[in-house]
Design a binder for this molecule. Sequence first.
Ligand code: ASP
Length: 320
Amino acid sequence: MPANNQFDMPIAIALHGGAGTILRSEMSPEKEVQYTHALKDALHAAYQHLLDHGSALDAVEIAVTMLEDCPLFNAGKGSVFTAEGKHEMDASIMEGRNRSAGAISLVTGVKNPIRLARLVMEKSEHVFLAGSGAMEFARKMKCDFADETYFFDRFRYDQWQKIKDTQSFQLDHSVNTDQEKPKKMGTVGAVACDVQGNIAAATSTGGMTNKRWGRIGDSPVIGSGTYAHNLTCAVSCTGSGEYFLRGVVAYDVSCLIEYKNYSLAQACQEVILQRLLELGGDGGLVAVNAKGEVSMTFNTEGMYRASKSPLGETIAIYDA
Ligand code: ASP
């Protein structure tokens, strides 16, 4: 019997809009307000859905879709430029109840990649579709497409122009001093726990500016960028994708809870603040469990993040 008083519900939502070298000194007050509003709008819409006894799966899709529609983040509309001047997007979604999952990679022109990932999960017999095949599936599913003008953003275009004829690639709107360590990531993601105690996770990204060769990061890879299992946790990651892939980060958090009985907070801290750092990776994650506990852990200077549960609301950008 679902609880009626919100304080009796274990509901929770947490979301991120990327992690990296996000410094107060480099942020204008106007930009800070824009980011805060964008996070808050997505947070409140998803939370309201949970309050109305909606599912965690719908809640993460609502949050990620809203962040994909916002040009501030490197996903959907705000996706960065590839070496060929296109936008290639990756996304994944997972439901903790039955561990069903859907993922897509290297799609262009799809307005909301997270919806396509969910359609892969629910309407195909597969988990992961990529490139032209994924787009053929999107057309078959009657997904919304948009032309290049929809995805055009002056800031991201200028960013790409600076490194376009080089071998460099970088994560989102970073000013990179060290090409091996991208400094700012704008991927978006959400995790949620609903009134039934089901949890879900979703992640969406445009990847890296000037990326080539069909480069794919962790975001669409189940276990690395996204994972959900009702027994343990739901996780969405953001950061230097190559390291998150090698660390199988999202699943690693789940394993520490399942095999070593760690709390959610302990598992997130061990993976992000120890294991990932040992590999040389930077970034962070948001996670929830079926009790409605939340963790937002990162090893960078900042992470665009927000969470809400009956215990309260957090919207933050910088570390501390
Ligand atoms: N993890 C993403 C990737 O490597 C980037 C990000 O988090 O911003 O594609």
